[in-house]
Design a protein around this ligand. Structure first.
Ligand SMILES: Nc1ncnc2c1ncn2[C@@H]1O[C@H](COP(=O)(O)OP(=O)(O)OP(=O)(O)O)[C@@H](O)[C@H]1O
Length: 757
């Protein structure tokens, strides 16, 4: 058969499948309408049932049972509707482009042809029209070259012969491109996908996943999967495909709520929010490091990475660097723990528990209980015994206070409804001492804040404990007076309810150690994007806080924008050292997909080990370096941006920091198509955008303009990471504007790229 004949018969199949998808959508719509009616009927019924008489105790009990039953019915009906809606979403996702791959295999002498798409589709006879890309057999499409290949089955590995691998690009149910290939996914389709212009949202790469990316997506063995991937190599894309893959394979034991992604900022969260729904899955939870820490340290304002970066840009003394590097190491957390253990005689710092303006338990009373526990026990055990003793004291108080006059008086003053509510809430039966039981329950409610304070260990002061340990620490990094000044400065910050990043993680770790708390067992997978921005102490803490979670860490040591002013780390070595007791797999991605070959080749020359980076063979225009005479700079920048915006929807002017971004904006403020983006933005508009580089991390734009790459602004090698990250945000066009003298980082560039204005 010629390729044209094949195309004709393939098109026929697409038409048939498209027709079946339409009919299934109609049927699902009818079922959804029916289910919706049913849910409303049950809800109405539920409403009527709750209106029954609730004054008599017997009636109350009966009503409760019936309400519970109705609640369950509502929940079931809603669940049914949710399932139907999720089926519809899957069908919608298949509409217009039902599949992207086909494999022809011979298994046990039998030939079979399988089509692969974003989700499974069966016809009414149960025949598979489309296989989900995550099905074990679909792995062949991404992994196998023609010939003998294997795939996992519940009964072990199966071997088949792969006869043909075909790729499709189907748009509006018309085959636009079709290729037979022996590669993972041939370059032609990838070329075409990558030439498209940027979008507000990242897209799924399911149809064109590459071999190395596939290994990341399908890894289920590693405890820690570390990916060192160059800019634009598909790390973020791989995360999202991997989440979809894991959800599919652990349907019964895991859902999207068991997965947490640490993302760099809110813009980024929005940028990636469409991929999983386009694959028929719910988004996982997302949190920034700062939100995560702040949630755990309520009442304290924790410095963000961006704030610190802005500060670091101004000055960073050598001693600060030394102390910070130490406090950011995994060892520091261990030293704190060790020091705490070494000070057996020391009583942790306890606080009064205040109730209605007065101490209910004083710090001294709590300390006494702690001191009475066996000093041979571990600190967390002594702490737990103290806490249990306090809970017992509270219970005793409740028991003793129940006959107090004030309690009796308060009960007498309860309305009938409140009185009945206590009876029903606690299932209190009629008996001789019913009133005493009611009094106890009443007190339990009244003293709930105390109980809550005990449960949450609010009587322990981790801040003072931390300062104590810092004081006790033997260190030879800096002079004693510098160390003391550092301690005083933390003390002052705590007074003002503020904390810097390194101290906050150490305090959390210390608090969790002493109180044996802070652990979340429900999370099964943690993903950290831009892991080069994390310190080993932070990674250690995250791993401690989610002990059941496998970790997928993705980063690029060359995009170390936020910490490169004081840290030159080797990400892979440090992470391997930190997690040496775990099963760790390291994968390197060297192929960059985002930018044209010209941009990638330009950017990689900035790096000392840039040869590793492989450009994808998509041709475009050469990057441009425009040098302006000081007075003309902003005018030139403005004209450049406006000119590019005629051709490209999004043109991003990337500055080193917020102050520079604001400065640029003042020169543009008369233009309506220009937006100054700051940390509170949740989505990226089209037009000309001005933003500091740290907010552009992980994002991409059609055209990028690097702001003021002059000798003043990018004086030496320490600025390499920032400049590299700026350049690699560009998909199709890169321009670097220079105010005055060219940065030494650009001085080796060929003259034909540089123009004077
Ligand atoms: N296999 C692929 N098929 C199609 N497009 C791809 C593929 N891999 C990556 N891309 C595209 O390349 C671009 C960069 O991908 P992504 O943002 O995931 O890379 P990254 O490694 O996270 O980048 P960075 O570290 O620079 O932020 C995106 O537009 C993505 O859609």
């Amino acid at each position: 058969m010629t390729i044209n004949q094949s195309k004709e018969s393939e098109q026929k199949r697409v038409d048939q499948v498209a027709g079946k998808i339409e009919r299934q959508i109609e049927r699902v719509d009818a079922s959804i309408a029916q289910a919706h009616k049913e849910t409303s009927r049950i809800e109405r019924n539920y409403g009527e049932n709750t209106k029954v008489n609730t004054t008599e105790v017997d009636d109350q009990m009966e009503t409760n049972a019936s309400v519970q039953q109705q609640k369950q019915l509502v929940a079931l009906a809603v669940e049914n509707e949710n399932i139907l809606n999720s089926n519809r979403l899957k069908l919608e996702n298949l509409q217009g482009s039902p599949y992207f791959g086909r494999i022809d295999i011979v298994e046990d002498g039998e030939e079979d042809t399988l089509y692969i798409g974003t989700s499974t589709l069966q016809d009414d006879d149960g025949e598979f029209l489309i296989y989900d890309w995550r099905a074990p057999i679909s792995g062949i499409y991404y992994n196998g070259t023609l010939g003998k290949v294997t795939y996992p089955t519940p009964n072990g590995t199966a071997e088949v012969e792969l006869k043909k691998k075909r790729q499709f690009q189907i748009v509006h149910n018309k085959i636009r491109n079709m290729f037979d290939t022996n590669e993972t996914v041939g370059d032609e389709i990838l070329q075409s996908v990558l030439s498209e212009y940027s979008d507000e949202y990242l897209k799924s790469i399911v149809a064109t996943i590459q071999h190395e990316q596939n290994i990341i997506i399908r890894d289920t063995r590693s405890d820690v999967l570390l990916v060192q991937g160059v800019a634009g190599s598909g790390k973020t894309s791989a995360i999202l495909q991997r989440v979809a893959y894991l959800l599919y394979h652990s349907r019964t034991t895991m859902n999207a709520d068991n997965i947490v992604l640490f993302s760099p900022n809110k813009l980024f969260s929005n940028y990636i929010s469409e991929v999983l729904p386009s694959l028929g899955e719910r988004n996982m939870r997302q949190v920034t490091l700062n939100e995560f820490i702040s949630l755990r340290l309520t009442g304290v304002q924790v410095e963000t990475l961006f704030e610190r970066y802005e500060k670091d840009e101004r000055n960073l003394p050598e001693t600060t660097i030394k102390m910070r590097l130490y406090k950011e190491s995994g060892d520091f957390l261990e030293h704190l723990e060790q020091l705490e253990n070494d000070h057996r005689e020391h009583t942790p710092y306890f606080e009064d528990i205040i109730f209605e303006g007065k101490p209910f338990f004083t710090g001294d009373e709590i300390a006494e209980i702690y001191q009475s526990t066996n000093p041979a026990y571990h600190i967390p055990d002594r702490f737990l015994k103290t806490k249990n003793a306090l809970i017992k004291r509270l219970q005793r108080r409740i028991h003793e206070d129940r006959n107090e006059d004030w309690v009796q008086a308060e009960i007498d003053n309860l309305s009938d409804e409140d009185f009945q509510q206590i009876i029903t809430d606690h299932n209190i039966e009629e008996s001789a001492n019913q009133r005493e039981i009611i009094a106890e329950e009443f007190l339990r409610e009244r003293y709930a804040p105390i109980y809550n304070a005990l449960l949450n260990n609010y009587f322990f002061n981790p801040y003072k404990e931390y300062l104590f340990l810092l004081n006790e620490m033997q260190q030879s990094l800096v002079s004693d007076s510098v160390w003391q000044t550092m301690i005083e400065s933390i003390d002052n910050q705590i007074e003002a309810h503020k904390l810097n990043l390194s101290d906050s993680v150490a305090i959390l770790y210390l608090r969790d150690f002493v109180t044996d708390g802070g652990i979340n067992h429900a999370i099964q997978h943690i993903f950290i994007d831009e892991v080069q921005d994390y310190t080993m102490a932070q990674l250690k803490y995250i791993s401690h806080a989610f002990p059941n979670a496998k970790m997928t860490l993705l980063g690029d040591r060359s995009q170390d924008v936020l910490t490169s002013s004081y840290r030159k780390n080797d990400l892979v070595t440090e992470v391997n050292e930190l997690f040496k007791k775990k099963r760790i797999t390291t994968i390197t991605l060297n192929q960059s997909y985002r930018s044209t070959a010209e941009i990638t080749n330009f950017a990689k020359k900035l790096l000392p080990n840039g040869d590793e980076v492989k450009a994808f063979s998509r041709q475009g225009e050469d990057p441009v370096i425009k040098v302006f005479n000081n007075d003309d700079y902003y005018q030139g920048l403005k004209e450049t941006a406006k000119e590019l915006n005629k051709k490209y929807d999004t043109v991003a002017i990337l500055a080193r920091n917020q102050a520079q971004a604001e400065q640029i904006y003042t020169h543009f403020s008369d233009e309506s198509i220009v937006t100054l983006v700051d940390a509170d933005f949740r989505s990226i508009p089209k037009g000309i955008l001005i933003l500091p580089i740290y907010l552009a991390k992980g994002l991409e734009f059609d055209a990028v303009i690097g702001h003021d790459i002059s000798a003043k602004n990018y004086p030496d090698l320490r600025s390499t990471d920032v400049l590299y990250t700026i350049c690699t945000r560009a998909m199709h066009s890169l321009t670097l504007c220079v105010d005055g003298e060219l940065s030494p980082l650009l001085q080796k560039e060929p003259q034909n790229l540089i123009s004077e204005h």
